[in-house]
Design a binder for this molecule. Sequence first.
Ligand code: PGA
Length: 248
Amino acid sequence: MRKKIVAGNWKMNMNLQEGLKLAEEVDNALLNTSGVTVILGTPFVHLAAVAGKVKSAGVAAQNCASEESGAYTGEVSAEMIQSTGAQYVIIGHSERRAYYNEDNETLKKKVELALKNNLTPIFCCGEVLEDREANKQHDVVKTQLSESIFHLSAEDIKKLVIAYEPVWAIGTGKTASSGQAQEMHKDIRDMIAEKYDQSVADEISVLYGGSCKPSNAGELFANPDVDGGLIGGAALKSEDFMGIVTAF
Ligand code: PGA
């Protein structure tokens, strides 16, 4: 059975006090739910405090350095993230790819460092609108996976969570239809099965991200290959976020 996962990506929102309040609200609400792994993707400076406070939720960083340690002013290493008590790291979010020029080769290094430090990478992939309009989403996602994670052993790739996030749906209010999501998630699972085998593909949770909210989460998550969501805007209010968690 694949894990059902709802991960919040707070992005660059919430000061420390606001973040702790939100984390506490979600954590308390989780006492009444079961069967879903819930993860809070916080800014770096919140990680230790949030990880120290929550009991039922996991904690994720939103990025990590592509180098192990040393003279890289301003960077935060996978080992540092692990030492805060966080268990996950989001890697390759489309905003990192677009605004910070993170390419597939850099992301490959980040994935390796995350695994080396016992963090679960939440690896993001997805096409921009232009690619979707040209019907190139399959090729774009296949290249992203091939160049950043398909070099891993079967044992290692099974440790990953994959998030399919069509870039045209992120923060736009324009959600992929349930059918579009299922089609791409199945496609991603088939790519993994082709590269490894079906049993490996069947173990990896593939999350949907892009304008997921309480009103559409149920329909999206009802698809056989959609194992949960990576949530941006709707992760910033505990009622909205919990509305998605309970959509399963
Ligand atoms: P959104 O963001 O839910 O605000 O569209 C999702 C994401 O960027 O992970």
